[in-house]
Design a protein around this ligand. Structure first.
Ligand SMILES: Cc1ncc(COP(=O)(O)O)c(C=O)c1O
Length: 282
């Protein structure tokens, strides 16, 4: 068989065999609706709770702050549109960067057509956002700052902690698209002052079509997808979300496996990145 050298792992990854193995029983045996009251749904309910707990722990978040989605694009769309709608009475100005993924940029265009003003921050030759530019862009009507954690083309990691601090000092909600960073970089939402965070399973050896949005407790965002009245029980004020999709279980196993493996990879990834940056400079 022809040997393939795959070099596009930032675009999508191969699902790990242990992930497939963990998923299979939920297609064949435990396929019940986790929201149902009958006993048949108990394993699904438990697995879903475990998935939520695993993801929450990986970010220093609470279980009821994790909302499973169909991937990074949905999470990004939801974060921006729902925040814009919910906080429109406070202001209609949003700050982002010129180098965001199209899931953010296209959503910004959508919002512009509906009367929102977007500031697109430039980046330097390394793809990094200037903190000074960010400070200058903030206005009394700024409701949201959305800056990606790691770039999908050149891998630049933004000064997320500083950006988060500035956002919170100014009473602005901070969202980060961490689709390229989750499981590669250690992230703690409190330490980094993150209010919303998007991630996607297929970027770290999970299946396509599974992701999540972390939403800090207290933010009052509407549900992005309307579906028959299923919501996280412990969330009465925040967004209700379709919770009957067993694929969400996949995230549990995968994020666990990937988190363990990536911990030892963080150091080596940093070294590779530094070397690559040095070679660009010289
Ligand atoms: C930075 C970033 N955000 C969002 C997405 C969209 O994620 P998904 O493919 O899960 O919709 C991607 C995918 O390439 C990405 O790299």
């Amino acid at each position: 068989m022809k040997k393939v050298i795959y070099l596009d792992n930032a675009a999508t990854t191969k699902v790990r065999p242990e992930v497939v193995e963990a998923m299979l029983p939920f297609y064949t045996e435990y396929y019940g609706n986790p929201s149902a009251v009958y006993e048949f749904s108990t394993p699904c309910k438990e697995a879903l709770a475990k998935a939520r707990e695993t993801v929450a722990n990986s970010l220093g978040a609470k279980d009821n702050e994790i909302y499973f989605t169909n991937g990074g694009s949905e999470s990004d769309n939801w974060a921006l549109i729902a925040t814009a709608e919910a906080y429109a009475s406070k202001g209609k100005h949003i700050i982002t960067t010129k180098i965001e993924h199209h899931a953010i940029l296209h959503t910004c265009e959508y919002l512009e057509k509906r009367g929102y003003e977007i500031t697109y921050l430039p980046v330097d030759e390394y793809g990094t956002v200037s903190i000074d530019e960010l400070k200058k862009a903030i206005r009394p009507d700024t409701i949201l700052i959305s800056v990606m954690f790691a770039n999908n083309e050149i891998g630049t990691i933004q000064p997320i902690k500083e950006i988060g601090e500035i956002a919170h000092e100014n009473g602005i909600i901070f969202h980060t698209d961490a689709v390229q960073a989750y499981c590669h970089e250690p992230i703690n939402v409190d330490e980094y002052h993150i209010d919303m965070l998007s991630a996607s399973g297929h970027k770290f050896h999970g299946p396509k079509g599974v992701g999540f949005l972390y939403i800090r407790k207290g933010l009052k965002l509407r549900s992005f997808i309307s579906a028959p009245g299923l919501r996280q029980k412990h969330l009465s004020t925040a967004a209700p979300r379709r919770e009957n999709a067993v694929p969400e279980l996949r995230m549990c196993r995968e994020s666990w496996v990937s988190e363990k493996q990536s911990r030892s990879r963080w150091q080596s990834l940093r070294i590779i990145r530094r070397k690559r940056q040095n070679s660009v400079i010289t």
